[in-house]
Design a protein around this ligand. Sequence first.
Ligand code: ASP
Length: 597
Amino acid sequence: MSTRTGLRTHSCGELRASDVGSEVKLCGWVHRLRDHKGVLFADLRDRHGFTQVVFRPEDGGDLHQVGESLRPEDVVQIRGEVEKRPDGKINPKLPTGEVELRAKQVVILNRSETPPFEVRDSLSVSQELRLKHRYLDIRNPAVMEKFEFRHRLAHDLRQRLHGEGFLEIETPFLTKSTPEGARDYLVPSRVAPGSFYALPQSPQLFKQILMVSGVDRYFQFVRCFRDEDLRADRQPEFTQVDLEMSFVEEDDVIGLVEVVVAGAVGSALGIEIPTPFPRILYSRAMEKYGSDCPDLRFGMEICDITDLAAESPFQVFRNVAESGGKIKGISAPGAAGSLSRKEIDSLIPFATEAGAKGLAWAKVEKDGLTGPVAKHFPAEAGQALRERMGAEPGDLLLFVADEETVAAQALGALRVEMAKRLDMIPKKTFRFAWVTEFPLFEKDSEGRISARHHPFTAPAVEDLAILEERPLDVRARAYDLVLNGAEVGGGSIRIHARDVQKRVFATLGIDEAMAQEKFGFLLDALSYGAPPHGGIALGFDRLVTQCLELASIREVIAFPKTTAATCPLTGAPAGVEDVQLEELGLARTGPAPGQRG
Ligand code: ASP
């Protein structure tokens, strides 16, 4: 790769001992300056690395003056001669560390104001400030390298999909709403006042229609838009690697995707990722890990102790068991000694946030249990509990007694928290898994039946007969891809028969007229020889975040939004002129932004 241009002969990461004696031109930003008894040193930075530039007093006063005038983040062109660094001054950590550039001429391409933070320290300043001056933040090699990784992974995935016969096809952004469970971003139409486009929550329907078109294998790196409350792993716009295949069953999609993903992630990280990925039934994931995104980097699985608890004299446990609830627990290895009472109490919110009423605990000692619950499990009962939970002396037992899912989810949250506190999560370990056999439907917060993935997911063939009578028992032909406890993909075999699609709409309370109005174009397409098909979308930002073991997807998005869905760099979202609203046939109901209060 050559970075040579009219302004430079080399990049700042390129010069080596073999270049000593040559005359070169470099361009870059002033990173750091040092004055060593009148000899000036400047580290010049660009995306490719650093080169040390030296200004020697004997090379002329004018040159020296320019050198002295340099400030961090000035962007300059420097012509000079490559010299070997004196012995003892070699920097083995830097690829260019054997040489320095002896400046002969400096052209200031552009001066910089004093930056609001030092580029090399950008990771330690506030999120708001980093995003406001994102151009400075990205100059930090520790930030830039994430985008280089992202690029490499994207490039590799693309090549592998291309190798598997996928066509990359773009689908529209100005479209009709596709239900993926979030609110739509709407775009008003000027030519049809009062009408709106919706930005796609995913290209779901277009990719299905491409299968009806005979495209056979489609993929796209595509931006999706969802207006929902933001968390560390959510952004209003995010990138999916969206794909769809015709004439497939679950194993075809799963088998192809895991080979592509393991290959690309493995090569981007320089490690081997074994395939096939383990598959876990949704019901088992909930039972053992209290989550549909289990983190398999550590054990501490959840145990059901309802039968043992029902026999204990502990009224709280007995009541829950008698009313059909469950008592479940985890055994945190070695935590009995290392966690103080106060620290154990600080775990309570993890249980209550998941909806549990409380948290019970006991410590395992050599000769029995201690702690608040211990007296209810004396001698043999304690021993039985210990055996069931595979606990050793020194372990801390945590229990939640509640309705089954609440108990599982609370312990799922505690399991992850304890693993963090006990340092049980190994670094640089990447554990993928498929979660399968999800329920097709769930009840939403208002008790209505809604699609767990989206309404185009096919029901298990054997469950078609109970679709209307027992919808909540119908299994979906869906699969999620999980990496280290995060959902990094989700997909399914789709409904390709018009009548089944209509039955699913009806179960969701979407009547004929509404189905026709909203999804008539899909139903029409399904009536013209739609092939069996299925696919998946990988959450690309999340995949990169997990690979780099980062805490937030904002770190791998060049211009992300804050948790308030704002962009500190541009100030979006922002007000618009009244005339723009008039053109769109819109009227304000309140004061314009900025005129409030
Ligand atoms: N459209 C789905 C989503 O965005 C993915 C899929 O089913 O392929 O989650």
